[in-house]
Design a protein around this ligand. Structure first.
Ligand SMILES: Cc1cc2nc3c(=O)[nH]c(=O)nc-3n(C[C@H](O)[C@H](O)[C@H](O)COP(=O)(O)OP(=O)(O)OC[C@H]3O[C@@H](n4cnc5c(N)ncnc54)[C@H](O)[C@@H]3O)c2cc1C
Ligand code: FES
Length: 243
């Protein structure tokens, strides 16, 4: 883990309130893996850094997708190409390198770290969203890297109507593992189906963080192996450990 002052190459909206940030970051890209995150210093006004997942690490660039939900991410969304951004990274453990093709299952901003997994591993992806507008830009991002792309929308406005967990049992093929990230209720459902089918499953946990370095305990959770820190021991956990 290192502290980097990185040049912003672009920081553009891709959907309502969702931004794609691309950083010129050869050393960070080289030393990061799918599932890890960075702690972003928004500006001198903010004492606490904000954790954001690494969504891409190819060609010397680090890509991040973030939703502007509060003061920090709103301020970040105002930054422009050419400005610098201070980040600490890469933090956390990351997904394991799979033995074969992996199925990625995600919803909402949980698709961001899975996009990096699609770049790094042989994979198919199952994208779940509420509406067509919510999933279409993810489909465009994943089509450069994932093999098959399966999509569900809650309202049936695009591809299969229903939740990702409704379609999952139908598409389970010859996968070596399932990696999931998104709302906890979705990850629980995915983990249950994976374990019923004897497939290893890794889930990505999100907790409000302060230090991001394992020092303050603010991100502790209970696991089958006792208390763990999401920032240091995670954010990726074996589903058996946490569900
Ligand atoms: C390991 C990790 C990786 C993350 N990766 C991403 C990512 O790739 N893209 C992305 O958009 N977001 C990601 N998040 C969530 C992101 O860190 C928060 O949305 C951000 O810190 C909010 O800061 P803010 O100042 O804009 O909002 P605040 O003003 O601090 O809060 C505004 C709202 O956001 C909610 N919020 C704040 N922090 C979190 C959090 N950690 N989890 C869920 N809700 C939160 C608050 O409850 C509140 O309702 C990640 C979080 C973690 C822990
Ligand atoms: S955020 Fe401080 S220990 Fe995890």
């Amino acid at each position: 883990m290192k502290n980097f002052d990185l040049k912003i190459l672009s920081n553009e909206p891709v959907a309502e309130k969702i931004f794609k940030l691309i950083l010129d970051a050869p050393e960070l890209a080289e030393n990061s893996r799918a599932g890890q995150f960075v702690q972003v210093k928004i500006s001198d006004e903010f004492t606490l850094r904000r954790p954001l997942g690494i969504a891409g690490n190819l060609n010397g660039k680090v890509t991040i997708f973030y939703r502007a939900v509060g003061r920090g991410t709103e301020t970040l969304s105002k930054k422009r190409g050419g400005e610098n951004l201070n980040v600490l990274g890469a933090l956390g453990n990351g997904y394991s390198t799979p033995n074969g093709k992996v199925l990625l299952v995600g919803g909402g901003m949980g698709l961001a770290p899975l996009l990096c997994a699609a770049e790094n591993f042989n994979s198919d992806v199952l994208i779940g969203g509420r509406t067509k507008a919510e999933v279409i830009f993810w489909q465009n991002e994943f089509k450069n890297y994932a093999g098959n792309i399966f999509i569900t929308t809650d309202d049936g406005s695009y591809h299969k109507k229903g939740f990702a967990t409704d379609l999952l049992p139908e598409i389970l093929g010859d996968y070596s593992a399932i990696y999931t990230c998104g709302p906890e209720i979705m990850m629980r459902g995915v983990a249950k189906i994976a374990l019923n089918n004897n497939l290893p499953c890794e889930v990505s946990f999100e907790k409000r963080m302060a230090c991001g370095l394992g020092a303050c305990l603010s991100c502790s959770i209970d696991t089958a192996d006792g208390r763990k820190k999401v920032c240091k021991d995670g954010p990726i956990f074996d589903a058996k450990e946490v569900f």
